[in-house]
Design a protein around this ligand. Structure first.
Ligand SMILES: [Zn+2]
Length: 221
């Protein structure tokens, strides 16, 4: 069991703000672990018990998983991490996504006595998020995701393999609109909650990936 406190970094922001990219950069440079719900839920969804089957249905429909269930998953994962001797830090990328989840997450961190918590909000406007999500493309040949940011906006062909770039089938404007509305309605109260606790630091997410990372790194170090 580690006696040193791990640094907890909670990355928040609208879909398309670049949370995932920044999380990967932090993981690579600082050797932090990541608490992501996607992988955890997909693992459980493979089981053939009641929860596995139910999760498959919920994920298949693109619906949200209830906070109490998420809590049970996160809490087990964090308690396991507590026993890791060399845990340097932990990144939460895109979670919590609601006020109740943020409060439950606080309870989990209280339990394991981790107090070094920073919440980084990558700010992008609603319109910028909408553009990034509806205009990003994917390479037909190698599957590389081409974000709608900076120099990538003008790419005519895949910069890795020269393949044709097409829009993603799940990036339909109505679906994207629903995701962004969800942020404004459900995630924003969680952001406000962290702000009131004095844990929130804002970073302008409309800069280049490098400039965003430079600002994020300053907060982490
Ligand atoms: Zn390609």
């Amino acid at each position: 069991m580690s006696s040193q406190q791990p640094q907890i970094i909670i990355l928040m922001g609208r879909s398309g703000c670049g949370k995932g990219t920044q999380a990967k950069l932090l993981q690579k440079e600082f050797g932090f672990d990541c608490l992501g719900s996607g992988d955890l839920l997909r693992t459980i969804a493979k089981r053939n018990d009641f929860s596995g089957q139910k999760l498959r249905k919920i994920l298949g429909k693109g619906e949200r998983v209830q906070a109490a269930f998420m809590f049970s998953v996160w809490s087990e994962e964090v308690r396991n991490m507590k026993n890791k001797p060399d845990l340097k830090g932990l990144i939460l990328d895109g979670n919590p996504r609601a006020l109740l989840e943020a409060k439950l997450m606080d309870d989990i961190f209280n339990w394991v006595e981790w107090t070094k918590i920073k919440v980084i909000l990558l700010t992008i406007s609603d319109q910028e998020a909408f553009n990034r999500l509806t205009k990003r493309r994917i390479c037909k040949k190698c599957g590389r995701l081409i974000p709608w940011v900076g120099q990538f906006k003008d790419l005519k062909k895949c910069d890795k393999c020269g393949g044709q770039l097409i829009s993603r089938p799940d990036d339909k404007p109505a679906v994207i609109r629903a995701r962004l509305d969800f942020y404004n309605k459900d995630v924003q109260p969680a952001v406000d909650y962290y702000h009131k606790q004095g844990k929130l630091v804002k970073v302008n997410g409309q800069q280049s990936i490098e400039d965003v990372y430079r600002a994020v790194k300053k907060i982490v170090e």
